[in-house]
Design a protein around this ligand. Sequence first.
Ligand code: ATP
Ligand code: MG
Length: 400
Amino acid sequence: MQYEYIVLRYGEIALKGKNRKNFTVKLQENVRNKLKEVPDIKIKRQRDRMYVLLNGQDPEPIIEKCRHIFGIHSLSLAIKVENDTEEIKKAALFALEEADGVETFKITAKRTDKSFPIKSQDLNQVLGGYLLSNTDGYTVDVHYPDIELRVEVRQDGTYITSQKIAGAGGLPVGSSGKTLLLLSGGIDSPVAGYLTMKRGVQVEAVHFHSPPFTSERSKQKVFDLARKLTDYGHSIRIHVVPFTKLQQKIHQSIPHGYSMTVMRRMMMRVSEKIAEREGILSLTTGESLGQVASQTMESMHSINEVTNYPVLRPLIAMDKEDIIDISQSIDTYDISIRPYEDCCTVFVPNAPKTMPRREKVNQFEQSADFTEELNETLANIDIVSIKPASEEEREFSDLL
Ligand code: ATP
Ligand code: MG
C-alpha cells in the first residue's frame, strides 16, 4: 500500500457562495501551472477540495510546491479505497504505521455517503478497535493525540488521511484582479506585493531607476526580488522607468524641502499612466505610517492628490519588525539588504519636509513645466518579464 493522493483543502474559498466555482477553477489553473513540470499526475477538482493523483510520483516535492499556492488552506497525503470496511481497516493501519514517532492516535470518521452501512460514531469504534488489536504500543487519546486519522466515506470512495500540513492560505492569485506594485529594492515593497498576492491579486510591477546614478546591479536586485514573488504566483512583468530626467528637473526647480514630495507625485503620475495603459485598476506601495518623511499623514495627503486610482498599502499599520519577519519568511530580506543605491536616495535632500502642504506643492510644481520630461519618460519605459526560477532553468536546459 502507498499514499496515492494529496488532498488540497480550500479553507476560505469554501465560503464564497456562488463565486466559489470561479475561485476553484482559478485555483486549479494555478495548481496546474505550478505542477506543470511534474509528469503523470492528475489534478481533480471537487466542490470543497482538490486531489492530486500521484500516479507513482514522489509526493514531497509536490507538497513543497503546493505549500506556496495561495487559496490552499491545508494539505494531506491520502489513501483512497472502496467503501468497504475491510479495505478501510487496512488503509487506516497503513496510515498509522507510516507515521513516525507516534504513540497515541484518534480516529475521526465522517460518513458523507449515507448508503454506507456504518454510522460515523460506530466506524470510529470499529477502526479504533481494529488498530489496537493489530498493533503494539499504541493507545487512543481523543483529546491530544499524536496523530488524528481522518476517514471520510464519500460517494466516490473512502479517503484516509493523517498529518495535516498548513497551506499558504489566502485566495487564488488572479481571482481578485490585478495591481501595479511600485517595487523598489527595499524591504517593504516586496512584502506589500506578497500580501496583495495573498488576497488573490495578480501583480505587475513598476520600478524607477536613475542611470547612471543607479547601477545595473541595483536594477538586478529588483528583478531578483520579483523572481522571489513569482514563487507565489505567475511571471511578473516589470515596467522599468528611466527616472533621471525627471529627477534632475525636480532637483533644479523645486525647493529641496519639497523635492521628495514632488518626486513621489511624479512616481504616482507615471504609475497611473502605466496602469491605465495596461487596464490595471489599482496601485500598491510598501508605505507604512510614520516610517520615514514621505510616510506621514500630510505627506500621503499631498502625494495621493495626483491620482484617483485606489492605492493599496497593505503595510500601512504594520511595525517594521513584523514586516522584516515576513520578508525573511518569503526569502526576500537578504536580497533587499544588498547595499545598492536607490533612485530616491540619490537625489533626496537631507531634510525633506515631513508635513508638505498641497497648496505649496501645487504652487512649486506650477512654477516649472514638467510636460516634456514626463512625456519622454513615458515613451522610454522598458518591460521585462520575470519568470519563476524553475521555468527559467527549464528554458535554459532546453537550449543546451
Ligand atoms: P521600500 O522598503 O519598499 O523601499 P521604504 O521604507 O524605503 O520602502 P520609501 O522609500 O518611502 O519607503 O518608499 C515608499 C514606497 O514607494 C515603496 O514601498 C515603494 O512602493 C515605492 N517606491 C520607492 N522607491 C521606488 C522605486 N525606485 N521604484 C518603484 N517604487 C518605489
Ligand atoms: Mg526604499
